[in-house]
Design a protein. Structure first.
Lengths: 318, 261, 260
C-alpha cells in the first residue's frame, strides 16, 4: 500500500444567515508505504487526520491532491476492485443493524461483498469462532454489549477474507479483557499474512502489535519508524516524574529552561500534578528541578526509561 | 425568580432550549405545507362525496391540525427533558410548579394558534372560500380557545410520557382520535352516536363547532356556549395534567422513575 | 448467467433482511398501517353521510393503497439519513456491490409493509363500513395492487436519493403524505382536481395503478393503465440510478457521507 503526498481539505460553513465559508486542511501531504503482511500503526491525537487518511485509502473520500494505491490498484480509478480486496472496521458501537441478529448482519454484508453462498456459511462460522461469539449469533444486536458489537464488527470486516484490513480505533470503549482479546485477534491476522493499518490512542497496543508506526499531527506525519526507533529517536534519555501539589504555571515554565530538559508536560491527577520531564540520558537534574520548585509541596520523585507514550506525547505537543 | 419571571422568561427559554433543533426545513413542511394539504384533501373528499361545503372542511381541518403542534410540543416540552436528563435538575429548583409548566405552555399555545390561522388563511385562498373581514376577530378568538384546550391535553400527555416511553406514538394516536371523533370532517350529528358521545368529552370538538358558526357569520354571543364548554374541557385536562405531574414528581422521589430512560 | 443469479440472490437476501428490520419495529408498523387506516376511516365517514354504496366502494378501494404510499414516502425520504445515524451508510458504500442495488431492496421492503395495510384496510372497510367490493377480476386487481406497490417502491428509491442532502428529510417525507393521497386519486377522482395540478397526477405512477385497479374491479381492461404505470416506474428507477451515482461521487468529493 502506497500513499503519496495525500491531501484533503474540507469546506465548512458557519452561521445560518450570513454564511462564512472556510477551508480546513485535514490532511496535508501524507506519504507512507506499507509492505504486504505488515502491521502499520497510525497514531495521533483526535482531529489529526487519521480517519480522513483511512477514508481516502478505502475509497470513501477522494483526495484533494496526491495519490494512493492499495495492492497496486489506484484508490480513485479502480474503486470497485479496491473495495473487493479490503476490509474496514471502525470503533464504537455504531455501524450495525440493531434490529437484526448478529448472524443476519454478517449475512447481509457477506452478500454485499459477493461471498459465494457455500463459502459464506463456512466463513461466517469460522469468524464467529474467531471473535468468540458462537452461540449468541441468533440474538438481536440491540442486546449486545459494546465489546460484542465491536467483535461483530471485526467479523464483518473480515467476511470476504480481505488482503488488507483497516482498523480505525477498534479498541475504543472496550474493557481491558475485551481489548486484550482484540489484540490477540489482530495478531492472528498478522500471522495469516494480512496487511493491517491500525489507528489507536493506546500506546501499548501500538507497541505490542505494530511493525512500524507513523505519528500524525495536524494532518502531517511527524515521525515514522519501528516502535523501538521512535522510543529511541525522540525521547532518547530518561524521564523524570515529580509529583507536586499546586505548582504554579510560571514555575513549570522555568523548569523547561534547564539545559538537559527537553520538554515538560503536566498531568493533572486529582489534587496533585505530575510533572513529566524528558531529559538527556546521563544527566542528573533532580536537584536542580527540586530547587527551582522551591516552596511547592513535592511528593514522590522517580526516574524511568521512556515509553512509546512519552515519545508520542513529546511528538504531538512539540 | 418571581413567579411571573418563571412564567414568561423561563417558559420562553425552555421552549427555545427544547426546540432549537427545529429548523425551517422542519417547520415549513410540517407546520405550513401539511396542514394546508390536509385541508385540501378533505375538502376534495367532501366535494367528491357531495357532503358539506369547503368552509366546513377548511375550519375543521385547520383546527384539527393545530392539535399537532399543541399536543406534540407540549408533550416534548415536558418529556423531552427526560431525554436530556435535565428534568431532575429543573424539579430540584424551588420555583413554583404552576408558573413553571404553564410558562412552557404559552409559546406552545401561540404556535398552535398561528398554525391554525395560517391554515385558515391559505386554505381559504386556495379553495376560494370567502371569510368576511368581520368574522375574523371572533374566529381568531375561537382558534385561541381551541389552542388552549389542545395544549392542556398536551400537558396531560406530557405527564403521561414521563412514565410511558413512546411519546411520538402516543401523539399520533391522540391526533388520529381527534381527527375521527371531534367532528373534524363529519358533523357530530352525522357520526355514529357512540362516536359523537366520545367527541363531546374531547377538546377540539366544541372549538370546531364554535369556529364553524362564526366563520358562517354568527355573532360571538351565539357561540358563547360551545366556547365556554371548550375552555372548561381544556381546563379539566390541564388540571388533570398538573395533578399527574405533581403525583409523578412525588412518586419518582420514592421510586426514582424520572431519570430512568 | 451466474452473475445474474448472484445479483438476484443478493437482491433477495437484502430484501428479506430489510423486511425483517421493518417488521420488528412497532413504530414503523404503526405509522405504516394505523395512520393511513384512520385517514381512510375519516374519508369513509365523510362518504358515509351520503351513503351511496358505489361511491363507498370507489373510495374504499383507493383508500386501501394509501398505506403503501405512506409506508414508502415517509420512510424512504429519511432512509439514507437513518443509515447515516446508524453508522452503516459508509459501510454500505464501501462494499463492492453497487450502492443502488442496496437501496432498491430497502424501498421494496417498505412497499411490502404497505401491502399489509392494503389487506388490513380492505378488511376494515368491509367489517366497519360494510363496503362490499364487487370485483370482476381478482387476478387483475391483485396485479394492479402489485403494480402500485412496485412503482411506489421505485418512487421511494428516487425520493431516498433526492432527499439525502436534507438532514431533516423525515419532515419533508411526512409532508408528501397528504398531497400524494390527493394527487394520486386514491379517494378523489383526478378529474375533480384543478386543471393545473392534473399533469402532476399523471406523472405519478400510482395514479395509473389505482385506475388499473378500478378498471379490473369494474370489468374493464386495465392493461393500458398498467403499461403507463410501469413505464413511469421504470423512468423513476432510471432517474434515481443516475442521480444516485452522481450523489456518491459528490459525497466522496465533499465528504458528506459520514456527517451525523
Amino acid at each position: 500500500m502506497v500513499a503519496r503526498d495525500l491531501r484533503r481539505s474540507f469546506r465548512t460553513t458557519q452561521g445560518r444567515l450570513r454564511r462564512t465559508r472556510s477551508e480546513v486542511e485535514a490532511v496535508r501531504g501524507v506519504s507512507f508505504e506499507i509492505a504486504p503482511g505488515e502491521t502499520f500503526g497510525l497514531l495521533g491525537p483526535n482531529g489529526a487526520g487519521k480517519t480522513t487518511t483511512i477514508k481516502m485509502l478505502i475509497t470513501l473520500l477522494l483526495p484533494t491532491s496526491g495519490s494512493a494505491s492499495v495492492l497496486g490498484m489506484d484508490v480513485v480509478a479502480d474503486v470497485r476492485a479496491v473495495r473487493r480486496r479490503i476490509g474496514y472496521v471502525f470503533g464504537g458501537d455504531r455501524g450495525l443493524y440493531d434490529r437484526l441478529s448478529g448472524l443476519d448482519n454478517l449475512r447481509y454484508f457477506a452478500e454485499l461483498y459477493g461471498v459465494e453462498p457455500r463459502e459464506q456459511q463456512r466463513r461466517i462460522g469460522a469468524l464467529l469462532e474467531l471473535v468468540g461469539m458462537t452461540g449468541r449469533e441468533h440474538e438481536r444486536v440491540e442486546g449486545y454489549s459494546r465489546g460484542m458489537r465491536q467483535r461483530l464488527h471485526i467479523a464483518r470486516g473480515l467476511l470476504h477474507d480481505p488482503d488488507v484490513v483497516f482498523l480505525d480505533e477498534p479498541s475504543i470503549g472496550i474493557d481491558p479483557v475485551g481489548a486484550r482479546e482484540l489484540r490477540a485477534t489482530i495478531a492472528s491476522l498478522k500471522e495469516q499474512g494480512t496487511t493491517v493499518l491500525l489507528t489507536t490512542h493506546y500506546m501499548f497496543e501500538a507497541d505490542e502489535l505494530c511493525d512500524r508506526i507513523a505519528v500524525i499531527r495536524s494532518g502531517e506525519i511527524v515521525a515514522e519508524g519501528t516502535p523501538e526507533q521512535l522510543k529511541r529517536g525522540v525521547a532518547s534519555g530518561r524521564v523524570l516524574e515529580v509529583e507536586t501539589y499546586g505548582v504554579p504555571a510560571g514555575v513549570v515554565e522555568t523548569l523547561g529552561d534547564l539545559g538537559p530538559v527537553h520538554s515538560v508536560a503536566v498531568e493533572e491527577r486529582g489534587q496533585l500534578q505530575v510533572l513529566v520531564l524528558q531529559c538527556d540520558a546521563d544527566s542528573e537534574v533532580t536537584q536542580d528541578v527540586l530547587s527551582r520548585l522551591g516552596d511547592v509541596r513535592v511528593g514522590r520523585v522517580s526516574a524511568r526509561e521512556p515509553t512509546l507514550e512519552d515519545a508520542y506525547v513529546q511528538l504531538v505537543t512539540q | 425568580m418571581s413567579s411571573a419571571r418563571v412564567f414568561f422568561v423561563g417558559g420562553l427559554l425552555s421552549f427555545r432550549a427544547q426546540f432549537n433543533w427545529l429548523s425551517p426545513w422542519i417547520l415549513v413542511p410540517s407546520l405550513m405545507v401539511s396542514p394546508v394539504a390536509q385541508i385540501l384533501l378533505f375538502a376534495y373528499v367532501g366535494r367528491a362525496a357531495g357532503v358539506g361545503d369547503d368552509r366546513f372542511f377548511l375550519v375543521g381541518n385547520a383546527l384539527n391540525y393545530a392539535a399537532i403542534p399543541c399536543t406534540f410540543a407540549m408533550t416534548f416540552a415536558i418529556s423531552g427533558e427526560r431525554w436530556a436528563q435535565t428534568l431532575g435538575l429543573v424539579l430540584v429548583t424551588p420555583a413554583r410548579r404552576l408558573p413553571l409548566f404553564l410558562g412552557r405552555a404559552l409559546p406552545v399555545i401561540v404556535t398552535g394558534w398561528a398554525v391554525a390561522v395560517f391554515g385558515l388563511g391559505v386554505g381559504s385562498l386556495l379553495l376560494g372560500v370567502r371569510l368576511e373581514v368581520a368574522v375574523w376577530p371572533s374566529l381568531l378568538l375561537a382558534v385561541a380557545v381551541t389552542s388552549v384546550s389542545c395544549t392542556s391535553l398536551g400537558l396531560l400527555m406530557g405527564a403521561a410520557c414521563l412514565r410511558i416511553r413512546d411519546g411520538a406514538t402516543l401523539g399520533n394516536v391522540v391526533f388520529l382520535v381527534l381527527l375521527v371523533f371531534c367532528g373534524t370532517n363529519v358533523a357530530l350529528a352525522d357520526l355514529p352516536a357512540w362516536m359523537a358521545a366520545v367527541g363531546e368529552w374531547l377538546p377540539l370538538t366544541h372549538g370546531i363547532e364554535a369556529a364553524r358558526s362564526v366563520a358562517a357569520g354568527a355573532p360571538l354571543g351565539d357561540v358563547a356556549g360551545p366556547l365556554v364548554r371548550e375552555l372548561l374541557t381544556g381546563l379539566a385536562y390541564g388540571v388533570a395534567g398538573l395533578a399527574t405531574l405533581g403525583w409523578m414528581e412525588r412518586d419518582s422521589r420514592r421510586r426514582a422513575t424520572l431519570e430512568r430512560m | 448467467m451466474t452473475r445474474l443469479t448472484t445479483r438476484a440472490r443478493q437482491l433477495w437476501l437484502c430484501y428479506r433482511l430489510q423486511l425483517k428490520i421493518l417488521l420488528v419495529s412497532p413504530f414503523e408498523g404503526f405509522l405504516g398501517v394505523v395512520f393511513p387506516l384512520m385517514f381512510a376511516t375519516a374519508t369513509l365517514l365523510v362518504y358515509r353521510v351520503e351513503g351511496d354504496p358505489r361511491a363507498m366502494a370507489y373510495a374504499g378501494l383507493g383508500a386501501a393503497v394509501m398505506g403503501v404510499w405512506t409506508s414508502v414516502t415517509v420512510a424512504a425520504s429519511s432512509l439514507l439519513n437513518r443509515e447515516r445515524w446508524a453508522g452503516t451508510l459508509e459501510l454500505l458504500v464501501a462494499a463492492p456491490t453497487p450502492f443502488l442495488m442496496v437501496l432498491v431492496p430497502i424501498t421494496t421492503a417498505m412497499a411490502t409493509v404497505g401491502l399489509v395495510s392494503v389487506v388490513v384496510t380492505l378488511v376494515w372497510n368491509r367489517l366497519v363500513f360494510g363496503v362490499r367490493l364487487d370485483v370482476a377480476s381478482w387476478p387483475l386487481l391483485v396485479l394492479g395492487v402489485l403494480a402500485a406497490t412496485v412503482t411506489i417502491a421505485m418512487f421511494g428509491f428516487l425520493l431516498s436519493v433526492v432527499a439525502v442532502r436534507y438532514r431533516t428529510a423525515w419532515a419533508l417525507g411526512a409532508s408528501l403524505e397528504y398531497p400524494g393521497w390527493l394527487l394520486c386519486g386514491f379517494v378523489v377522482p383526478v378529474s375533480l382536481l384543478p386543471l393545473v395540478v392534473r399533469p402532476l397526477s399523471w406523472a405519478l405512477a400510482p395514479t395509473w395503478a389505482v385506475e388499473a385497479m378500478r378498471s379490473a374491479a369494474s370489468g374493464g381492461s386495465p392493461w393500458g393503465e398498467l403499461a403507463v404505470c410501469l413505464a413511469l416506474g421504470a423512468a423513476y428507477a432510471a432517474l434515481a440510478a443516475y442521480l444516485g451515482r452522481r450523489l456518491i461521487e459528490s459525497a466522496r468529493r465533499h465528504a458528506t457521507l459520514a456527517l451525523t
